[in-house]
Ligand binder design. Structure first.
Ligand SMILES: CC(C)(COP(=O)(O)OP(=O)(O)OC[C@H]1O[C@@H](n2cnc3c(N)ncnc32)[C@H](O)[C@@H]1OP(=O)(O)O)[C@@H](O)C(=O)NCCC(=O)NCCS
Length: 180
């Protein structure tokens, strides 16, 4: 048993049912599909969503218990992307920043092509926005009205990224907003 938060590679197809259950049992208010059914989730997993070339998927574990799921995409590109989902009862306990740091290390250590690591979230996902900043990421864009919301007006999508060189040096390269 270990106290550490860890990323553990998703095993397919052994873990398919458990992952579909995890995705169906929790709500994802800031994702495009806030309440996927277990069957929806099972279909997407079986369709190969997490095992295309350049993708990787992980359970997030604490004391060997699964508390979340994370996926990486475009690892063979210069800008990989991620999805991060903690179970309802694991949210609001300060794990997000540590997990984002683990994912960042995973990307830059396993993918020599990656120069940047990028993520977007809805403007009202306060917890994720704080998590980005606390993990040393920098806001790069605010796409107004870019995120469709069923039954109401769209919200903004906010983009953050961390550079490999910033991760290596612990420095932060600012965005040159005043260059016009
Ligand atoms: C987003 C997520 C990864 C953040 O991780 P977390 O461990 O829950 O975040 P923390 O507990 O460190 O909370 C970060 C901050 O947000 C605040 N916060 C948490 N939930 C909040 C909410 N619903 N509304 C407002 N603020 C909130 C916390 O109070 C904390 O701020 P503080 O330290 O100044 O008090 C996690 O909540 C999650 O998986 N959510 C569901 C999936 C999701 O939205 N993923 C993001 C996809 S891009």
């Amino acid at each position: 048993m270990t106290d550490r938060l860890q990323l553990r590679a998703l095993r397919r197809p052994e873990d398919d049912d458990a992952l579909a259950q995890f995705l169906g049992d929790n709500e994802w208010p800031f994702h495009m599909r806030p309440r996927p059914t277990q069957a929806d989730a099972a279909r997407r997993i079986a369709d190969g969503r997490y095992d295309q070339p350049g993708n990787a998927a992980f359970w997030i574990t604490l004391k060997d218990q699964r508390i979340g799921f994370a996926a990486l995409e475009d690892l063979d590109d210069d800008t990989p992307l991620f999805d991060l989902r903690l179970a309802l009862d694991a949210r609001g306990r300060g794990f997000g920043v540590r997990i984002l740091q683990l994912l960042t290390r995973e990307v830059f250590e396993r993918s020599p092509e990656a120069r940047r690591f990028e993520g977007q979230t809805r403007e009202d996902n306060v917890a994720m926005r704080k998590t980005f900043l606390r993990a040393g990421w920098v806001k790069e864009a605010h796409y107004r009205e870019a995120w469709p919301v069923e039954g109401s007006d769209p919200v903004a999508s906010v983009a953050y990224a961390i550079l490999r060189r910033d991760w290596e040096t612990g420095m932060t390269t600012p965005v040159p907003w005043g260059d016009e």
